[in-house]
Write a protein that binds this ligand. Structure first.
Ligand code: ZN
Length: 297
């Protein structure tokens, strides 16, 4: 049984904390041998405080990825060596019960599969380091790229793992929530498409969301529904691009059990399809446009 230590920040109803603990405990019970020994849970009254806390931690630890977490309901990390789950209370109140269960189970699965520091250390392949050396791509873009690829792979693994434990319905609800296209995302695309680097990061961010849902395509009860949600999330893109992204998603079917190997495979797919073939890079970056690029859920 996992020992759960709760830290509350701001005005969070006790009933909510109890419910969160109930869902976490139930999920750890389902995971059996995978259950972790200790997990810290931080519940923030406001998502803005959670983001400020995360940014402060990232700064102290020298984690230099852009703020991709800003629209998350909850996040997981193991920057200090022990798994930690952070929850945004105000955002959680705005989603359905099933989505709440889905996201909490998603984070629990991260603590079980990716609960140590090695799952937070991913290094760029030689190809990207070459691009940096030749000043074709900046260090920050490469960091963001590696980060997005790592979360795409970890999210895929989490959903695959939870499906295997019978947590399917809630994962369908959570993924459909993540795949719902918002006006903000459409606005972000308008900005991103003006700049090749921003486009590249935006597309990988779209892929990341689809990756999380991909294992559900193997469940014949939900296959159609999930495919519709994934397609709906990319069909605002030029037809050729959305078809290419859907094709790239097939790379996930070659994923094995090793997270770093999976990340390497997926990175290769991105380099081949988007960077080499699609030429989504450019010498001079427009940083302001890039920062506006789509924030992932
Ligand atoms: Zn995740």
């Amino acid at each position: 049984m996992a020992r759960i230590i709760v830290h509350k920040f701001g005005d969070v109803k006790e009933r909510f904390v109890e419910k969160v603990l109930e869902i976490l405990n139930d999920c750890y019970n389902r995971l059996g041998a995978y259950a972790v020994e200790i997990v810290e849970v931080y519940i923030f009254e406001k998502a803005s405080s959670m983001n400020a806390f995360l940014n402060d931690e990232k700064r102290k630890l020298g984690v230099e990825t852009s703020g991709f977490e800003e629209s998350f309901l909850a996040v997981h990390d193991a920057w200090h060596g022990t798994p930690r789950i952070m929850v945004a209370y105000d955002k959680m109140l705005r989603v359905t019960k099933l989505v709440r269960i889905g996201v909490l189970r998603h984070e629990v699965a991260h603590t079980a599969l990716h609960g140590s520091l090695e799952y937070y250390l991913f290094f760029p392949p030689m190809f990207l380091l070459e691009l940096e050396r030749n000043r074709v791509m900046s260090k920050q873009v490469i960091r963001d790229l590696v980060y997005l690829v790592s979360i795409a792979v970890k999210d895929y693994e989490v959903t695959r793992f939870l499906c295997g434990k019978g947590c399917v319905k809630d994962q369908v609800a959570y993924n459909e929530y993540c795949l719902k296209l918002s006006d903000e995302e459409l606005e972000e695309w308008k900005l991103a498409e003006k700049n090749k680097t921003a486009t590249l990061l935006f597309l990988i961010s779209v892929l990341k969301t689809a990756c999380c849902a991909a294992p559900l395509l193997k469940d014949e009860r939900y296959e159609e529904e999930i495919l519709k949600a994934i397609t709906g999330n990319v069909n605002f893109l030029p037809a050729e691009l959305s078809a290419q992204l859907l094709k790239m998603l097939e790379a996930t079917s070659r994923f094995g059990r090793d997270t770093h190997e999976n990340a390497g495979r997926f990175m290769k797919e991105i380099i081949d399809q988007l960077i080499v073939k699609g030429k989504y890079l450019e010498t001079k970056e427009n940083n302001s446009a890039r920062k506006e690029s789509r924030m992932s859920k």
